[in-house]
Design a protein around this ligand. Structure first.
Ligand SMILES: [Fe+2]
Length: 226
């Protein structure tokens, strides 16, 4: 079981973003109209984006987090590393089924893709819960918060601008207000303004008001005052 902690949690924010992205994409696939080319293009575009995000996430964990765990707790990340191989296989199969649906849309192909993605989401939800419990316990036992902050910084430095903006599109609405302000406040000053502009379109008026106040912005652009 995962409870809020005072320790540095490498998984908390990105997993919230991935869970929201997967839920929204699952909803779009479940309501897809196979006779509507615009719906197919939009839904499969979103599926592509979430599969890209899932693949990048696996690669980051394999490249940065698991070597850190293994360096001080040998064997502790082996089970999750093996599941990552299965996830990459599933991502490949989902991409192939999505490509087939694009070429030849049908209700049967749409239902097959929806059900396969639902199973992928279910596996990912279980998998993320294990990372948030067992992997965090291993990291917290073996590393100080200063070391985990430094590791988090190395992970962030490896994320390109395009990948970062894709992730923020889901992370911003997925986070609690205090987390949202912490993440945006931690970005380099030159990118905070564009991120705030895109946040306005992603948040309702109440959430936007809280973020504006937390970021020290007096005005709330685009909001019609009640
Ligand atoms: Fe993972």
């Amino acid at each position: 079981m995962t409870t809020p902690t005072h320790r540095v949690d490498l998984y908390a924010h990105i997993h919230k973003a991935l869970r929201l992205a997967m839920c929204e994409t699952l909803r779009q696939l479940s309501s897809l109209d196979p006779a509507d080319p615009l719906d197919i293009a939009a839904t499969l575009g979103q599926l592509d984006a979430v599969l890209d995000a899932a693949q990048h996430h696996v690669e980051k964990e394999n490249r940065f987090v698991h070597p850190a765990i293994e360096a001080r707790r040998a064997g502790a990340s082996a089970a999750i590393e093996a599941e990552h191989e299965e996830h990459l296989d599933s991502i490949g199969t989902l991409r192939a089924e999505a490509a087939a649906l694009r070429v030849m849309p049908s209700a049967a192909a749409a239902q097959r893709l929806y059900r396969r993605f639902a199973t992928f989401v279910a596996h990912n939800f279980e998998h993320m819960a294990v990372e948030e419990s067992r992997h965090n316990q291993a990291l917290w036992a073996a590393y100080t918060d200063e070391e985990l902050h430094a590791l988090h910084g190395r992970i962030l430095a490896s994320v390109g601008p395009q990948e970062m903006s894709e992730i923020l599109r889901w992370m911003i609405p997925a986070l609690a207000p205090a987390e949202r302000a912490e993440v945006i406040g931690g970005l380099p000053p030159e990118v905070q303004a564009p991120v705030m502009a895109s946040a306005r379109a992603l948040l309702n008026d109440a959430a936007w008001g809280k973020l504006s106040r937390a970021m020290g912005q007096a005005s709330v652009p685009g909001l019609v005052e009640a």
